[in-house]
Design a protein around this ligand. Structure first.
Ligand code: GDP
Ligand code: MG
Length: 438
């Protein structure tokens, strides 16, 4: 951001004060950087207004450049929005402490549950409880991760389907064994729905949790705000766990969640390993947001800025002839976000023959399955799908609630598309027939 502003303020030093015009120019860059970092447009609007008020009429200081001055104001405002302090997880003075982890499928609930419990091993005797009984694999996943972290585990009897019943038995189990912090891993869905909310409300009524933590995938961008608002309305969240910040998440969702819902972000997931969880640091996130905004190129149409950034990244990757699962996921998510594929293709700096891709049909329900499958892959698997052999395929099928057959299909189609991109990348054969997508 600073480099961008430097250009605008090149000639300012002689003028003495930041004028309205200077600030307006700078704010246009600020706005663009924030939108590119996935900050919610409403948040950006308010913020830009406040920055304008603070910046206009300021003396141009000798010690720092005008662009640094604006960046400083932006930074302070963003940090206020994000919350200045690290907000720790609550431990009840009167044990046991109950945490409920909620969120969409694939957001990282199960992983985060064990990661947080692991951190509590110092000084506490945590227990993790499997209350996601939609899929047997979910229980198994928690059991395995808990064993790895040497955290105690409680799960349903074979065939037991009622999560509230299991939670009730877990409380007695925990009381007998003197567990003082109990973490409940709950079921997720691909989208917010009524039966899930009712199930979670019933659990809340039983547990009176000290923390209801929404686990949010840091890579989901602006949609994260809607998800957070929906969960907060129904459950009254006490905190957010933002995951996958080790990836190229742009972090704007963090800011938006905090400023739109008022719920503090308490923990950050920063990797696949069980030790990759840390208290969330707002100041660091703001730096990241300002920095990330820099990288993105110029996208003129502001409402398309966020999408455009993603697509540019993808185009980069395609140029290198690597069509990864992440690219496929990006493509699917953009398509479902934007509607017709034609629009996406128009925006891409690609040769005309590639734009034949338009017209390819996609069934939204199929897309959602494909999305679930890719979300259930680890980042390493997404980047290099060749490593996905038998047992990984089974895990992914279970994790996504689909079948090994579907996973195979997605892998095959991905390989086909990759091949296709490669040919187009090399100049391609004219009139190449596009295979039907999903
Ligand atoms: P759930 O469906 O909400 O329970 O999500 P999971 O806990 O099963 O996580 C889904 C995927 O995200 C798994 O492959 C996890 O390894 C991965 N994951 C979760 N948190 C993180 C994180 O902070 N960083 C990375 N890189 N991967 C994560
Ligand atoms: Mg889970």
């Amino acid at each position: 951001l600073k480099e961008r502003l430097d250009g605008i303020f090149k000639n300012l030093r002689s003028k003495g004060k930041l004028t309205e015009e200077d600030v307006a120019l700078a704010l246009r860059e600020v706005r663009r950087a924030l939108l590119e970092a996935d900050v919610h447009y409403k948040v950006v609007k308010d913020l830009v207004e406040r920055i304008r008020e603070r910046a206009v009429g300021r003396d141009v200081l000798d010690s720092i450049t005008p662009s640094q001055q604006v960046v400083t104001i932006v930074f302070e405002e963003l940090r206020d929005l994000m919350g200045r302090d690290v907000v720790p997880l609550v431990i009840s003075p009167k044990p046991p402490t109950h945490y409920m982890l909620v969120g969409l499928q694939g957001s990282g609930k199960t992983t985060s549950c064990v990661k947080i419990a692991r951190r509590l091993l110092k000084g506490h005797k945590p227990l993790v409880v499997a209350c996601d009984h939609q899929r047997p694999a979910a229980v198994e996943q928690l059991r395995v991760l808990a064993a790895q972290a040497k955290v105690a585990f409680f799960g349903p009897e074979p065939g037991e389907k009622d999560p509230v019943g299991v939670a009730e038995r877990a409380l007695r189990f925990a009381a007998d064994r003197l567990h003082d912090v109990i973490l409940f891993d709950t079921a997720g869905r691909l989208h917010v729905d009524e039966p899930l909310m009712e199930e979670l409300q019933a659990m809340k009524a039983l547990l009176s949790p000290h923390e209801i933590l929404l686990v949010v995938d840091g890579m989901t961008g602006q949609e994260a705000v809607n998800v957070a608002s929906a969960f907060n309305e129904r459950l009254g969240l006490t905190g957010v766990v933002l995951t996958k910040l080790d990836g190229d998440a742009r972090g704007g969702s963090a800011l938006a969640i905090r400023s739109v819902t008022g719920v503090p972000i308490k923990m950050a997931g920063v990797g696949e390993h069980l030790e990759d969880m840390e208290p969330f640091d707002g100041g660091r996130m703001v730096q990241r947001i300002l920095g990330m905004g820099d990288v993105q190129g110029l996208m003129e149409r502001v409402h398309l800025a966020a999408v455009g950034g993603e697509m540019e990244k993808m185009a980069e990757s395609l140029k290198k002839n690597r069509f990864t699962m992440e690219d496929l996921l990006t493509q699917i998510q953009q398509v479902s976000k934007m509607g017709p594929l034609d629009k996406v293709m128009e925006m891409l700096p690609l040769p005309d023959n590639l734009k034949q891709l338009r017209g390819a049909e996609m069934d939204p329900k199929r897309l959602r399955h494909v999305e679930a499958i890719i979300l259930s892959m680890t980042p390493a698997e997404r980047r290099n799908p060749d490593i996905i052999k038998g047992s990984r395929r089974r895990r992914i099928a279970l994790g996504s609630g689909t079948s090994v057959q579907m996973v195979n299909q997605v892998l095959k189609q991905h390989a086909q598309m990759k091949e296709l991109w490669k040919r187009f990348g090399k100049g391609g054969k004219r009139g190449f027939k596009m295979p039907k997508l999903f």
